[in-house]
Design a binder for this molecule. Structure first.
Ligand code: LLP
Length: 424
């Protein structure tokens, strides 16, 4: 469900006309809908009503500060994986006490920064990390609240590059080693170990892997309590998938997900932390791009647009399917043809859609690449010395340029000539 729809023949983001935005800002650009962000957050929050649950938005999915501030105003905490994300969340007005620091490779400096900020806690992924965190916290005279991330060896049945809960993945501590490590942690100064964390992957479209993981989490919580550990919170990660294609069944509704959490974990008397990213922001954003050229290849067309793999990497990296909508509605009812939608970057893997039957587009046409709000702008780069793509946030009939397109001077000016090459 989202708020991108045709009105008077043109695609709108809520009440804002995309052709008008394109004329004002230029293309390509990302466009986010506040109403969609708010709706997704509320659907999830309402599904968990009656459970002691805290929603920590996964900043990695979309870290624009206006998106974060929108979430924070609804009451969300944040899940961050770097000092940079922590700084962004704080700059967007998120209370430190609502921030969880996750990630497999936190540095000493990042730990110290987060402790000084006073974040809620750390999800720790290994014994050496635990030892270092203890050292850093004790050195600062602070106490770090900790959940150990446990790898349940559950197959999330998602794309291999975004599956995180199998034993061969780098994440977490082995399930069978968990009790030993909680015992180790209990003996370390500067730590208050009171939670368990699991995150088995992203874009999960079936509840069964969640059920398996939650059951293992439950068993572990009970086993740890038998050993005298205080388990006060369970961080169940993110990962609930979203519909990317209109011709496929929708993934489980948040209601069903929340009911599963209640069924498996509901009697444990713990606070549940959620780390959703994609399900909140994925369908709340689109990438708008303009057709530069159309050319006939052998057996299919190539529609060459001004957005590329550096702007939206998901099709290239994960063979991800994003629907392509013409911005002008009349194109949708015209002739169609088999085609690739490709960008200007000099790589065969530079595509936004491959071998799709889509309207025959003409140079100058605008296209919307749908479901691009999560892992879109955040994964963009300046490859081929292309400018980072701007971001626009819409609310009703209003819009704001929440990340302007940088200038070429700013981009090229990042380099410093080696002293022996300076001065021509
Ligand atoms: N928590 C942890 C520990 C995570 O690693 C992630 C995502 C999340 C929460 C949020 O997961 P979500 O609810 O968004 O599924 N770039 C990839 C996705 C990478 C996900 C990484 N971790 C993509 O574009 O599909």
């Amino acid at each position: 469900m989202h708020h991108f729809a045709y009105k008077n023949g043109a695609l709108h983001a809520e009440d804002v006309s995309l052709p008008q935005l394109a004329a004002e800002i230029g293309t390509p650009f990302y466009c986010y809908s506040t109403a969609t962000l708010e709706r997704h957050y509320r659907v999830l929050a309402e599904a968990f009503e009656g459970q002691d649950a805290v929603i920590c938005f996964a900043v990695k999915a979309n870290s624009n500060q206006s998106v974060l501030a929108t979430m924070a105003r609804l009451g969300a905490g944040m899940d961050v994986v770097s000092e940079g994300e922590l700084r962004r969340a704080r700059a967007a007005g998120v209370a430190a006490g609502k921030i969880i620091f996750a990630g497999v490779g936190k540095s000493r400096e990042e730990m110290a920064y987060a402790l000084r900020e006073g974040i809620f806690g750390f999800n720790v992924e290994s014994e050496p990390e635990l030892t270092l965190l203890s050292e850093v916290a004790s050195g600062l005279g602070a106490t770090a609240r900790v959940a150990l991330r446990v790898n349940p060896d559950v197959d999330a049945k998602t794309h291999a590059k975004i599956s995180t809960g199998k034993s061969e993945n780098k994440f977490g501590i082995p399930y069978l080693d968990a009790v030993r490590l909680y015992d180790v942690a209990r003996g370390l100064p500067g730590l208050e170990v009171s939670g368990i964390h699991m995150h088995i992957g992203s874009q999960i479209t079936d509840l069964a892997p969640f059920r398996d993981a939650f059951r293992l989490m439950r068993d572990l919580a009970l086993a740890l309590r038998r050993e005298g550990h205080r388990i006060l919170h369970l961080d169940i990660g993110g990962g609930l998938g979203i519909p990317y294609r209109s011709d496929e069944d929708a993934p489980p509704h948040p209601e069903a997900y929340a009911a599963l959490v209640r069924e498996v974990l509901g009697d444990l008397d713990v606070r549940i932390y959620l780390e959703p990213g994609r399900m909140i922001v994925g369908n709340a954003g689109i990438l708008v791009t303009r057709v530069l050229y159309a050319k006939a290849g052998a057996g299919k067309r190539f529609t060459i647009v001004d957005a590329a793999m550096n702007d939206l990497l998901r099709p290239t990296l994960y063979e991800a399917h994003h629907e392509i909508w013409p911005v002008m509605e009349e194109r949708a009812s015209g002739t169609t043809g088999l085609q690739d939608i490709v960008g200007p970057v000099c790589e065969t893997g530079d595509y936004l859609a491959v071998e799709r039957t889509l309207p025959i587009f003409e140079p100058g046409d605008l296209l919307a690449v749908m479901s691009a709000g999560a892992y879109g702008a955040v994964m963009s780069s300046t490859y081929n010395t292309r400018l980072l793509v701007p971001e626009i946030l819409v609310r009703g009939g209003e819009h704001a340029l929440v990340r302007p397109r940088p200038s070429y001077e700013a981009l090229i000016g990042l380099d410093r000539p080696a002293p022996w090459l300076a001065g021509g």
